[in-house]
Write a new protein. Structure first.
Length: 99
């Protein structure tokens, strides 16, 4: 992508996270998301700025959800072993069965 604007995703029609957001670690993205929500809730922003901040907040929220999903998968891969140890196992994917 050559512009700073995010391209809409095919599935949702909403902006995909731009490269900057995609590089943010969870804590930084979540902190920025909280700040954006507080600013939007406070109101008083011009319409275009409100739209811009809302689009960024949505992209941040989706990025955070993706990172949390990846973290959840990693935690699920840790399986208790006899004797109290942990073992990492690869999962084939979400099939609705407990592993």
């Amino acid at each position: 992508m050559t512009t700073n604007e995010a391209e809409p995703t095919a599935a949702t029609g909403a902006p995909a996270p731009d490269g900057e957001i995609a590089e943010l670690p969870f804590d930084a993205a979540f902190a920025e998301l909280r700040t954006a929500i507080e600013e939007l809730e406070a109101g008083g922003l011009p319409l275009e700025e409100t739209i811009r901040r809302t689009e960024r907040a949505v992209a941040l929220q989706r990025h955070c959800e993706r990172l949390l999903g990846e973290a959840e998968l990693r935690v699920r891969q840790l399986v208790a072993r006899p004797g109290g140890g942990l073992e990492a196992r690869e999962l084939a994917g979400e099939s609705g069965e407990d592993t």
